[in-house]
Write a protein that binds this ligand. Sequence first.
Ligand code: ZN
Length: 428
Amino acid sequence: MRQQSKQKENEIKFGINSVRVYPTDEQKVYFINLFGANRWFWNQIKDMTDKRYENNPKLSFPSVSSLKRLLPRLKQEQEWLKKIDSTSLQATAEYYCNAQEAFFKQKPKGRKPPKFKSRHYYMQSATIKNVHYRYKLKKDNTVQEGDQIYVVDPHTLQVGKKLLLHTSSLKCLKGCTIKRMMIKYRQDLDRFYLSFTVVKEKKNLPKYDEKVKKTGKAVGIDVGLGKEWLVTSDSHRWSVPDTFALEKQKNKVQSRFDRNRSAIEKRVARFNHEHKEAKIEKYDFQNWQKLRKTKSKYQLKIANKRYDYLQKVTTWLVKHYDVIAIEDLKTKNLMRNHKLAHNIANAGWRMFRQMLEYKCEWYGKKLIVVAPQYTSRICCECGQKNPAFNHMKTRDWLAVRQWECPFCHAQHDRDVNASRNILKRALA
Ligand SMILES: [Zn+2]
């Protein structure tokens, strides 16, 4: 039984909104203690369940509620735990159970059990759940009883009674209800983030907005594997998000980072072998930490650029068409062919599909997923498969841009033909 917060019928999940936080030194200490406590609790559960399994493998895995019942006892033993937000510890217990359950389910697929958490991991996080939340601007500043989180002004967030946080713009929270708030700390970048799992009332969705009109148009979309990433059946084309320059720079830093790491690991091993009392860790090397920061910055920039691009393309598509047809591509299968891997990863096909799915729901449009077989080898005019492509190698096949149908002699652009076939299949 997966632990999920209950969702009312008139509400819809509205994704995850992230904002950056700029905590003071005092708040940083509070956050770091929070991460530490949650990490400690996770490792305690992991240790306990591992031992339990060793002693008697037949025992079933303890339930979430029994894990939560450990908390009062632990608090008696450990004084410092009383100062920590208890909903965050409960959330940790839930996450552990989810991870364990996913492991049991997908064991045959090679999934690994949850690991111990390390304080060196690049991302530290803690969740605060069951948040009572209110969006308020300065004029109406009265706080009601039970408000855990409220927006004081668009750049200030009050959490509980003690924390007054300075953040980036909070306008994305307007009209939403927060279910959980996760505090994240990117150690490599030394940045703090808040991400909110939000729901919205269904009546606030854009599909009930009069400005969003039905266009009465349907479209098929084919993913190209070259520089043209998306091609629609009415010949609109999008290239892949342009992150090539950034990637080049990132690869440069990455290789320096890797080289330094292996050198440092050797030095650390030698030092620790020679000095039994004073041990050092690779994380103590400040220059390497700086390099790590630069590397992470590039990675983040690339990811942000792709994400932004996908958002723009999907929004455009959803606004311009009523019915959108795409292929049911398995990213895994395509990734196996390493020549295509770079482009697929760059194009972020999976993320694209997810965005289309939820945006279609928000805007009241329809997304149809069709079988991908032979979409680019069949002629969209007469519906016959072109036999000339049957025994081609992948590389030759990808090089074909234009072709003529041997049956009805129609001229085809490879990608436009494919997207037309997809549309045809969807409407059939
Ligand atoms: Zn034909």
